[in-house]
Ligand binder design. Structure first.
Ligand code: KIV
Length: 269
């Protein structure tokens, strides 16, 4: 990429919003290094998410909690080096955004040092989101199953199954949008609730285990390539089955998200 006359235009937050308005599904995968980032970008994946899931799939930890801001900066920078077109979101890790100033310092590091175009944080934190947005930092919310709160939730379980919980998640989603969030990840919620939220919000809603009606889909790369150390979650799919190689599997995922073929009802709750 050169300053002017660049060959490939990087997607922006406005492009993602336009895709939602046009009814075009947004494809997203997690990425943690330069080589995979290049494969994903070449396959046309719209959004690369440097997720703190790297703690589990790259570092071999039992949860995402041990991941540090230095880890996120490092992996974000690796991914940013080879992506040409995809929009880049980097996670704020566990306990790195409890207070506004702390959130700002850490989010600024991700933007400045890793090349993130947007940071993602978990939970109903509209005040923190509003503060970051005011400082010029685009934020993606994350509701439903919150892996950083696994100890409070008592495990990796579907969220929003009962009516009260569902209304709470819907209200939280609206509050995040009002606070200025530019996108929302919805993880492991019933498909019906995800559909309501996706219709209600103007910002793109990217689902993982949240059914087909979301504006986009994200999967953990290693799960969909069937190289995860643990059991593949029910909402994921092995795209390596029948594929000629990794690039082909990623291309198939991209096509399946764009056409609405993935996720099927067997991947939803
Ligand atoms: O860390 C991550 O990979 C994520 C996805 C599961 C959405 O947040």
């Amino acid at each position: 990429m050169t300053l002017y006359g660049e060959t490939t235009k990087m997607l922006t937050v406005s492009d993602l919003a336009a895709m939602k308005r046009a009814g075009e599904k947004i494809s997203c995968l997690t990425a943690y290094d330069a080589s995979f980032a290049a494969v994903l970008d070449n396959a046309g994946i719209d959004v690369l998410l440097v997720g703190d899931s790297l703690g589990m799939v790259v570092q071999g930890e039992a949860s995402t909690l041990p991941v540090t801001i230095d880890d996120m900066v490092y992996h974000g920078r690796c991914v940013a080096k080879t992506r040409r077109r995809a929009f880049l979101i980097v996670d704020l890790p566990f306990a790195s955004y409890a207070l506004p100033e702390q959130a700002l310092n850490n989010a600024a590091r991700l933007m400045r040092e890793s090349g993130a175009q947007m940071v993602k944080l978990e939970g109903a934190k509209p005040a923190i989101v509003a503060f970051l947005v005011e400082q010029g930092i685009p934020v993606c919310g994350h509701l439903g199953l919150l892996p950083q709160s696994v100890n409070r939730l008592g495990g990796y379980r579907v969220q929003g199954r009962d009516a009260d919980q569902a209304e709470r998640i819907l209200a939280d989603a609206e509050a995040l949008e009002q606070a200025g969030a530019g996108a929302l990840v919805l993880e492991c919620v019933p498909a019906e609730l995800a559909e309501r939220i996706s219709r209600r919000l103007a910002i793109p809603v990217i689902g993982i285990g949240a059914g087909a009606a979301c504006d986009g889909q994200v999967l953990v790369l290693y799960d969909m390539l069937d190289i995860g150390a643990g059991k593949r979650p029910r909402f994921s799919k092995n795209f390596m089955a029948g594929a000629a190689g990794i690039a082909d599997a990623v291309g198939r995922y991209h096509a399946a998200v764009k056409s609405g073929e993935f996720p099927g009802s067997e991947h939803a709750y």
